[in-house]
Design a protein around this ligand. Structure first.
Ligand code: OSB
Ligand code: MG
Length: 369
């Protein structure tokens, strides 16, 4: 398909409540949305990058610079024979996975639409309902925390992930576990601990956590391997896995029993598929992570999560958990009977942009043709 036109939108979508984790507090989802046109079709992608280089080194400004000055010009007017073909034109661009994922996911949507198929079918996905949970921010008080957990459980969510940090960890997790002995409960440290905290991780063993996500540095694999050898609770990697190569190292070192796979963090669907297959072969269980995406990124996450080695509930909650107003015509809802969200069944990513809402949240836009 000849890439005729690409539009880049900077969107700012207010959250229903601020998202707080160890990297700070976010009041809105600021992201870049990519629309790629070819042959009368439009493919959509999302680059869910933060304003600050806190989660990865990328920021809204770097992603917009890399997209505008390199990624987009290098594929514009080119005839791509598959979504992954873009990488042949990007060989001289190191890193910047989120910027790449924005365009690459739009190409997958475009190709799925040209084949008249829902994206998950093109990817080899089977499931049409994805088990999901909710990721809960750091809270100010234990009573407030229990109220938040209670409210999500009453909506039908059956898996809770709590953000933790050195001053919000053991007691909050004990409090939740005491109140809900059978809840699927896990913790995400976003890199705030070190091996010196080993006694804390040993104390967490009796809480029967589903896993502990990314306790150590964003670029560490070695210390995570050491930790996994010392505790029974599964260690899960998030920030540390940015490529199939990182995945091979983690597998070789037995650094984790689970991986939180985010399409945006690994540079798109091509790499996500490669990581999926590597983990499946190695017996490492996956689950689909989230970056507080809009309806576009959320749809892409649901499609990839339909692959067979995504075994734990995903960080893909209903649109209303994040936004009063999403940018798609049919916002995602939770099936409260089994804590799942449906994979969209239309062609491509299977969602339609609601232009009224969309244009209200556009901060700026630029078209390349
Ligand atoms: O570490 O998984 C994370 C959100 C933004 C950045 C990093 C993370 C998260 C979440 C929320 O945990 C996942 C979601 O609900 O989209
Ligand atoms: Mg995480």
């Amino acid at each position: 398909m000849i890439i005729e036109e690409i539009t880049l939108y900077h969107l700012s979508l207010p959250f229903v409540s601020p998202f707080r984790f160890s990297h700070g507090e976010l009041k809105s989802h600021d992201c870049l949305i990519v629309a790629v046109k070819s042959d009368g079709l439009t493919g959509w992608g999302e680059c869910p990058v933060f304003p600050n280089p806190c989660y990865t080194y990328e920021t809204l400004k770097t992603a917009s610079h890399i997209l505008t000055d390199f990624l987009i010009p290098q594929i514009l007017g080119k005839n791509l024979t598959s979504p992954s073909h873009c990488f042949a034109f990007w060989g001289n661009i190191r890193g910047h996975n989120m910027a790449k994922a924005g365009v690459e996911c739009a190409l997958w949507d475009l190709f799925a639409k040209s084949e008249n198929l829902p994206l998950y079918k093109l990817l080899g996905g089977k499931r049409q309902r994805i088990p999901v949970g909710v990721s809960i921010s750091l809270q100010d008080s234990l009573s407030g925390l229990l109220e938040v957990v209670e409210s999500y459980l009453s909506m039908g969510y059956r898996r809770v992930k709590l953000k933790i940090s050195p001053d919000f960890c053991l007691l909050p997790l004990q409090t939740i576990r005491h109140r809900y002995p059978n809840l699927l409960l896990m913790a995400d440290a976003n890199c705030t601990f070190t091996l010196d905290d080993i006694n804390l991780f040993l104390a967490l063993e009796e809480l029967n956590l589903l896993m502990i996500e990314q306790p150590f540095a964003y670029n560490d694999i070695l210390d995570h391997a050491k930790l996994q050898s010392l505790i029974k609770t599964p260690v899960c990697l998030d920030e540390s896995i940015n490529s199939p190569h990182d995945t091979r190292i983690a597998i070789l070192l037995q650094a984790a029993r689970a991986i939180n796979l985010k399409v945006s963090r690994v540079g798109g669907i091509t790499n996500a598929l490669a990581i999926h297959h590597l983990c499946q072969e190695a017996g490492i269980k996956l689950w689909c992570g989230g970056m507080l995406e809009s309806g576009i990124g959320r749809a892409i996450n649901l499609h990839i999560a339909s692959l067979p080695n995504f075994v734990f509930p995903a960080d893909i909650s209903a649109s209303s958990r994040y936004f009063a107003q999403d940018i798609i015509t049919q916002p995602f809802v939770l099936n409260s009977d089994d804590s799942t969200i449906d994979v969209p069944q239309g062609i491509g990513i299977g969602v339609e942009v609601d232009w009224d809402c969309f244009s209200r949240f556009v901060v700026s836009q630029q078209t390349f043709s």
